[in-house]
Design a protein around this ligand. Structure first.
Ligand code: PHE
Length: 341
């Protein structure tokens, strides 16, 4: 019997190795280990083995059974692996499923960078300033009178009487002019804070991009041109803009810039309050008192500045109806911009 067991061990292993698919494996498994299989009949034949040899032969046979079972399992796993490697199902030229788990830029950041890119194209460079700002730079140096309502604790988050969270990016104008001689053309993107209740169009934190150009004969016409180039590049080639007289302490004259309402195309609707226009930024010619605060001689240079809300231009361009969507980080909202921006 020992010889038969040894032969079956070698012979069985060879037959398993040459099985070509799952069906062949299963047929072979029945032939060797099944109820009427070769190993099983040997086990049945144990009763005829001499008493002295029977325990040893029994142990041998059980060992063989386990060994063959393991060989069957290994061969099955190998066949599954081979099937994947040379099966017909994998077409490498098909577009894959885009991975959804990977991170991507927030739509606000993408909009901010694309606005900056347009200004780089016009020769602007980029700077930045602190979000925790001295009251001096946020207001005083920008020609805000001491009793100006914007300084009121209602609008400004004060940390102590001299330090606040900046309410606008305009303080970076003064900080930059203190350090840099004209000519200069710069943009200053960044986050600003106002003590406001959140609703569909207000958030206590949002983003602005400030622009500043100072040189020897900079005029309001240069400002209008620069803004028009930006609007046409960002919103579309035919977008009309208009300047409306306004007041800011740090510019004179001051304007608000409107673009044609993206919803009604100038006819008048609920979104634009029937005016046909939507405000996109504040701007004006740098006030001589701001030059003075920055240490520039006030008779040598002229300049213009503008400040726009990035949230607002993003909302207008992509038809986003509620500013809070930009800050809630709901993936159902964010994923709509995946691959678009
Ligand atoms: N800082 C102004 C605001 O936040 C915008 C502005 C910037 C206006 C530069 C004029 C010049 O409303």
């Amino acid at each position: 019997m020992k010889d038969t067991i040894d032969r079956l061990r070698i012979d069985g292993a060879e037959r398993i190795a040459s099985a070509k698919n799952e069906t062949e494996i299963e047929t072979l498994r029945t032939a060797l280990l099944g109820r009427k299989g070769e190993v099983t009949s040997l086990l049945r034949g144990l009763k005829d083995v001499a008493d002295a040899d029977r325990p040893k032969m029994g142990a041998e046979l059980n060992k063989l059974k386990v060994e063959l079972g393991a060989l069957f399992d290994t061969r099955l796993a190998d066949l599954a692996g081979e099937g994947q490697a040379d099966g017909p199902a994998l077409d490498l030229t098909l577009p894959g499923t885009p991975p959804t788990g990977a991170g991507t830029n927030h739509p606000l950041l993408s909009v901010l960078e694309s606005v900056c890119d347009i200004f780089y194209g016009m020769g602007f460079s980029r700077g930045e300033g602190p979000e925790v700002e001295l009251d001096y730079y946020n207001f005083t140096a920008l020609n805000f009178p001491d009793d100006h309502p914007a300084r009121d604790i209602q609008d400004t988050f004060y940390i102590d009487p001299k330090v606040c969270l900046r309410t606008q990016t305009s303080p970076v104008q003064v900080r930059t002019m203190e350090q840099t001689e004209p000519p200069l053309a710069m943009i200053f993107p960044g986050r600003v804070y106002r003590n406001e209740n959140a609703d569909a169009s207000h958030s206590s934190e949002f983003y602005q991009i400030e622009g500043l150009v100072v040189d020897k004969a900079v005029s309001l016409t240069d400002l209008k041109d620069t803004i028009d180039i930006f609007v046409r590049n960002f919103f579309g080639a035919d977008e009309p803009t208009r300047f409306r007289p306004h007041y800011f302490p740090f510019t004179e004259p001051s304007v608000e810039v409107d673009m044609q309402c993206v919803a009604c195309r100038g006819k008048g609707c609920g979104i634009c309050g029937q005016t046909g226009w939507l405000e996109i930024m504040g701007a004006g010619m740098v006030h001589p008192n701001v030059f003075k605060a920055a240490g520039y001689p006030d008779d040598k240079y002229t300049g213009f500045a503008f400040g726009m809300g990035i949230d607002r231009v993003a909302m207008l361009k992509y038809g986003i109806g509620d500013i809070r969507l930009l800050y809630e980080n709901d993936l159902r909202f964010l994923n709509q911009f995946r691959g678009v921006l």
